[in-house]
Design a protein around this ligand. Structure first.
Ligand SMILES: *[C@@H]1O[C@H](CO)[C@@H](O)[C@H](O)[C@H]1NC(C)=O
Ligand SMILES: *[C@@H]1O[C@H](CO)[C@@H](O)[C@H](O)[C@H]1NC(C)=O
Ligand SMILES: *[C@@H]1O[C@H](CO)[C@@H](O)[C@H](O)[C@H]1NC(C)=O
Length: 286
């Protein structure tokens, strides 16, 4: 009868493969709009598209989802624009067809993130840098008006978002981790009342050299210092610093100092020393 049940369900509600959801942009600043595009394999006719957004709760590892407001009867277009006050959220979609009756699985979730630091909720990284060596101890701390926090790991291509207790140790509002290659991800805090913090990119290197650059956006006019760090030895020759692939300093200093940051300093930085090169990290300016 199990087989019969499957057969029965299959004939009445055949399930199509997952649609693919794209969100663009995936990193955005306040006031922008986001386009959600839900693609099915056979885009011919008769599909109706439904979009869902995350409904977070810090004690669940996974998210639950609710239909976007006004989306309960679906739309015929496969794209949808979320205007104005964006929920810094995760989205999924699914598609249905009437006759014969088809319903797809939910798409994989896609997230919209913001690096901007809001006044009410924020995530800080300690030590404050975007790149870390494997087996470094890193603390991710949540600040804001909540007694119930979690830190979630997001936006890696093939890993589901999961909460700190799965890969680190939560102590009060701080998540402590010992980095390994799976720590290469985007992190953010979520409060008990469903508020999100800025999101932070963390890169973990098992090589010998990293670039020390701020994990969070730097404020225009402030000074900033980027430096290059080797796992073991110290530098004994020229260190090259690159901004967007262009050499901007090459001498024996391990540090690149910018006394007053401006928007033109935004971009990707990396360093290079006697045949070794660090990964590059984005420094954003707000
Ligand atoms: C995070 O990293 C990704 C991949 O390198 C990059 O595209 C994105 O712009 C970064 N965002 C921030 C805010 O650093
Ligand atoms: C945090 O809560 C306190 C007390 O309820 C309140 O006075 C303060 O304005 C709140 N701060 C923010 C940033 O919401
Ligand atoms: C949690 O953090 C507090 C305050 O920083 C510290 O005193 C305490 O030892 C930590 N607990 C654990 C189990 O690490």
């Amino acid at each position: 009868s199990t087989i019969n049940t499957c057969f029965h369900l299959k004939n009445h509600f055949p399930i199509e493969p997952r649609p693919v959801l794209t969100v663009s942009p995936s990193w955005l600043s306040a006031g922008a709009s986001v386009t959600l595009n839900c693609r099915v394999k056979d885009p011919s006719a008769g599909w109706k598209f439904y979009r869902f957004k995350t409904f977070p709760h810090p004690s669940y590892n996974f998210y639950s989802y609710e239909l976007l407001p006004g989306s309960s009867s679906g739309t015929e277009q496969d794209f949808y624009i979320v205007h104005g006050q964006i929920h810094i959220a995760g989205y999924r979609c699914r598609a249905r067809r009437g006759d014969p009756k088809y319903s797809t699985y939910y798409s994989e979730p896609k997230f919209v993130l913001s690096a901007d630091i809001h006044s009410s909720v924020s995530l800080t990284v300690s030590p404050d840098r975007a790149q870390h060596f494997t087996s470094d101890s890193v603390s991710l701390s949540c600040e804001g008006n909540s007694t119930e926090w979690t830190v979630r790991r997001l936006l890696t291509e093939d890993r589901y978002p999961s909460v700190c207790s799965y890969w680190g140790t939560m102590n009060g509002s701080t998540c402590n981790i010992n980095t390994d290659s799976t720590s290469d991800a985007v992190y953010r805090c979520e409060s008990g009342s469903g508020e999100f913090s800025n999101a932070v990119n963390i890169t973990v290197q098992d090589g010998d050299m990293i670039l020390l650059s701020p994990a969070r956006p730097v404020t225009e006019g402030h000074s900033v210092s980027l430096s290059c760090k080797l796992r073991s030895q110290t530098f004994d020759s020229i260190v090259f610093f690159y901004h967007n692939e262009k050499v901007i300093q090459n001498d024996s200093r391990w540090e690149l100092n910018i006394s007053a940051v401006s928007k033109s300093d935004e971009g990707f930085y990396k360093c290079h020393h006697s045949g070794q090169e660090s990964a590059q990290s984005l420094m954003s300016v707000q």
